[in-house]
Write a protein that binds this ligand. Structure first.
Ligand code: MSP
Length: 513
């Protein structure tokens, strides 16, 4: 058995989820479904990051107890999962007892091994915004947030990050694929080459966090707390020997580009210090922009994934997100772009191909088709081309090239549409019904194969099509798969109704409540 462990970042619960959060989760879900289809045992986890000053402040502003505040928002993230049709195995919240236990255990190990020490943190403190800044961050003697600053020193625990520069560089060299894409790796390397300072890993100016063991004045730095979630969901510390754990050896952390440093530098350093192997891969993706700006609540340009799913279905949103952005790059999220892709590919190219083939079989073959005894050279080259496109798709998914994977599927769909348009089965229904049925059988078998490759992205529609085709199937990728020699199909139905652009004004996809 092969294993893979896939994680999303855990989401901050200071605002409700938007398209950007949905994106990381959907990409991981597609990856998880694909690996299940390749026969792997998959562990796929997501969750929420609930501690820290920002969250404490948001709760205070909302005049709600922090625990109540995080309960409400964490629930919104949890509720979004079935709406997006996410197949996660666990949902972790950093306020859960199981997690606090892991963080404390991990802290104790780092401390016992001599990597944590009590020191003093000094810097320019902006009292109004409760944040430290270094000299070179100040603007006209004030903090970058506009507050008055004073030089302050306070006790703080440090992690000996400065000891890990060479070890990390050696690790990246020995594991050249550790960070995807490569350009992100270069950024991390040049950051290390500037020299690593020890990292402050506790805070004593607020208390919404995991208590530092044996020093109740301090809470654990939110990133050390949050990163440890990946061990909690893998059963640590009860499952202590992570280096021999089948899932841990394969862990893929999917993250947005702005949090690569935390995952590719701090996290491996913490793990190395604790004697645990670093993750296998950090897979970083770009941002969804809205008119050139990163979506953010404060800019009022965030779009609500729930609304898209309610209006158009989760399959359509999943497809658009993975097709539109080349993984790793930024891109614009627009309703127009969404509708274009939906109508041209899902409704037209794929939806119509399935509908017209199945309806034709229903109407002119009594719902049953048989495998042809012989194939023409055109049939064979059509089948060969579809197989070639699909076989090219597999390594693309393995390299996180979701959009290119979908391009290959679309190529196979367009081959099928060309075949049907060229063969014109409707034109020979009187003169050569046998040839007509042969054409339809061949089409049906190709639709079956294409649909299975499409399944990780559009699981609801794909299952509908597989049910309509009525051939026994397993959700496995089997190369050059065949349907039985005689197939009687079920009632065909429309998969993706075309979205009429005249309806656009009625749609409000911005999350403004
Ligand atoms: N809590 C930390 C992660 C801790 S993981 C140990 C965090 N949370 S977050 O809620 O701010 O972001 C979570 C993920 O959502 C990140 O991967 C981030 O890149 C992604 N997105 C948030 N906005 C986004 C876009 N506009 N576009 C694409 N993804 C973005 O960071």
């Amino acid at each position: 058995m092969k294993y893979i462990y896939i994680t999303t970042p855990i989401y901050y619960v200071n605002a409700k989820p938007h398209i950007g959060h949905a994106y990381t989760t959907v990409a991981c879900d597609v990856f998880a479904r694909f690996y299940r289809m390749l026969g792997y045992s998959v562990k796929f986890c997501t969750g929420t990051d609930e501690h820290g000053k920002k969250i404490e402040q948001s709760a205070t502003q909302a005049k709600i107890e922090p625990q109540k505040f995080v309960d409400t928002i964490a629930q919104l993230f949890k509720d979004l999962l079935p709406i997006l049709n996410i197949s996660n195995d666990d949902f972790i919240r950093t306020t859960q007892e199981r997690h606090k236990k892991t963080v404390k255990h991990f802290w104790n190990i780092l401390e016992d091994k001599g990597y944590i020490y009590l020191g003093e943190y000094s810097g320019w403190y902006d009292m109004r915004n409760e944040a430290y800044f270094s000299e070179d961050e100040l603007i006209d003697g004030k903090s970058p947030l506009g507050g008055e600053v004073q030089y302050m020193t306070e006790p703080c625990y440090f992690f000996k990050l400065s000891e890990f520069g060479d070890k990390l560089l050696k690790f990246y060299e020995e594991n050249p694929d550790f960070i995807f894409p490569a350009q992100k790796k270069n950024e991390v390397i040049s950051f290390i080459k500037q020299g690593l300072k020890d990292l402050a890993v506790s805070r004593a100016t607020f208390n919404w966090g995991v208590q530092v063991p044996n020093d109740l004045k301090h809470v654990v730095y939110v990133w050390l707390d949050a990163l440890t979630n990946y061990l909690t969901v893998n059963g640590y510390p009860d499952n202590e020997d992570q280096n021999n754990d089948k899932y841990w050896q394969t862990v893929h952390h999917f993250v947005g580009k702005e949090i690569v440093r935390f995952h590719a530098l701090y996290w491996p350093a913490f793990l190395m210090a604790a004697g645990i192997n670093p993750p296998k891969r950090i897979v970083s993706h770009g941002w969804w922009l809205s008119e050139g700006e990163k979506m953010s609540k404060s800019l009022g340009n965030v779009q609500d994934p729930k609304k898209y799913c309610e209006l158009f279905g989760s399959d359509a949103l999943r497809y658009f997100m993975l097709r539109e952005l080349s993984f790793g790059s930024d891109g614009n999220f627009s309703l127009e772009g969404f509708i274009n892709r939906h109508n041209s590919v899902l409704a037209n190219a794929y939806g119509n191909l399935c509908k017209r083939t199945l309806s034709f079989i229903q109407k002119h073959c009594g719902g049953t088709v048989k495998r042809p005894e012989t194939l023409t050279s055109e049939d064979s080259s059509f089948i060969g081309d579809v197989d070639a496109s699909l076989s090219e798709a597999i390594p693309l998914m393995e390299q996180y090239a979701f959009s290119k994977y979908l391009e290959r599927i679309e190529q196979a769909i367009s081959l099928a549409n060309q075949y049907i348009d060229y063969q014109k089965p409707w034109s020979i229904k009187e003169s050569d019904p046998k040839r007509m049925q042969n054409i339809l059988f061949i089409l049906l078998e190709q639709i079956f194969k294409i649909t299975k490759f499409f399944y990780p992205i559009i699981p609801i529609a794909a299952k509908k099509v597989l049910t309509q085709i009525n051939a026994p199937y397993e959700l496995k990728i089997v190369f050059g798969e065949k349907i039985p020699d005689i197939v009687t199909i079920n009632e065909p139905e429309t998969l993706f109704p075309k979205i009429e652009t005249t309806e656009l004004e009625k749609l409000d996809v911005f999350a403004n409540d």
